[in-house]
Design a protein around this ligand. Structure first.
Ligand SMILES: Nc1ncnc2c1ncn2[C@@H]1O[C@H](COP(=O)(O)OP(=O)(O)OP(=O)(O)O)[C@@H](O)[C@H]1O
Ligand SMILES: [Mg+2]
Length: 282
């Protein structure tokens, strides 16, 4: 079933003027097996787009279908359950922590979606284990742990609802390199082991190139590219997207230019290193 957008436009209604944040979006996201990165300059409509995926925003025109349910034109119909099915982790999700203890905070989502206290606790503990929050921390205040841990607690709060699709709005922003890597490993495992579809907004091209399979590029409310990452980074008109190349590809292009090393795209540092070790050149 997945998520489909058909000719979707969205306008923010301001007091003085309206703003067209999305125009004529067509998109199809499978329920399983996708790892999609959404990239594009600030203000290009990425967050607005993903907020349609769990019915936080409703389209001004066009149709959005989420897991078999078409979003209504107004918030009159019951659509809250879609927030459980499509888990959205906001930018800086730790700002939304509020309970007295870490465990209670993670339990909030499942309880809200009608799990009993025991069920919610079980789901919360499972989610805490996935994100690597130690049981010793369960009864601590979520405000007394490190930024990286707070981020993981917030992610656990979404995972505890057992969403079918996970949508992440710049999940690694503001984290140090280790925090970034640890968090991306969690998403990678959810994708590879549970085959969950992941939609990830990111400005970090190294993360996009290492983890995503498919990339959607947004520009001024429109999708200007949607395809495999290999197609994007090897696109003959890559420059017209005004995007940075990932570091591994920059290094390879540089080495080709400076010392004639044969260019072969590698999308993460590990495969770059093994290529450099093995490549045969004079
Ligand atoms: N609540 C709002 N009211 C009015 N305009 C808004 C609102 N939220 C966003 N916008 C405008 O809509 C456009 C798209 O915003 P959006 O937040 O979706 O962009 P983005 O691609 O996520 O940017 P960023 O990379 O900075 O997070 C921007 O021009 C923004 O100023
Ligand atoms: Mg945004």
């Amino acid at each position: 079933m997945g998520i489909q957008f058909k000719d979707v436009s969205f306008m923010y209604q301001g007091i003085k003027e309206n703003y067209d944040a999305l125009s004529h979006i067509n998109l199809n996201i499978e329920e399983n097996g996708e790892f999609i990165a959404i990239i594009g300059h600030t203000g290009s409509g990425k967050s607005t787009l993903v907020q349609h995926m769990n019915a936080l925003l409703l389209p001004t025109s066009g149709k959005v279908n989420v897991l078999g349910q078409e979003l209504p034109p107004q918030k009159k119909e019951k659509i809250n359950h879609l927030r459980q099915k499509v888990g959205l982790v906001f930018q800086f999700p730790e700002y939304q922590l509020f309970e007295e203890t870490i465990l209670k905070d993670i339990m909030f989502g499942p309880k809200n979606f009608k799990s009993t206290e025991e069920e919610a606790m079980e789901k919360a503990k499972k989610a805490a284990t996935i994100v690597g929050i130690d049981p010793e921390l369960y009864e601590q205040s979520p405000f007394r742990i490190s930024g990286g841990q707070m981020r993981r607690v917030a992610v656990a709060g979404i995972l505890a609802m057992e969403p079918k699709i996970l949508v992440l709005d710049e999940p690694t922003r503001g984290l140090d390199p280790k925090g970034r890597k640890d968090l991306m490993k969690i998403f990678k495992d959810l994708h590879e082991i549970e085959h969950k579809s992941i939609v990830l907004i990111s400005h970090d091209m190294d993360i996009v190139s290492e983890y995503a399979k498919r990339v959607i590029v947004m520009d001024q409310g429109e999708i200007v590219f949607d395809g495999k990452k290999e197609e994007l980074f090897e696109h003959p008109d890559f420059d017209k997207f005004h995007l940075e190349l990932p570091t591994s590809l920059k290094i390879l292009k540089h080495l080709e230019k400076e010392i004639g090393l044969p260019y072969e795209p590698k999308y993460d540092f590990k495969s770059l290193l093994s290529y450099l070790k093995e490549v045969d050149y004079e």
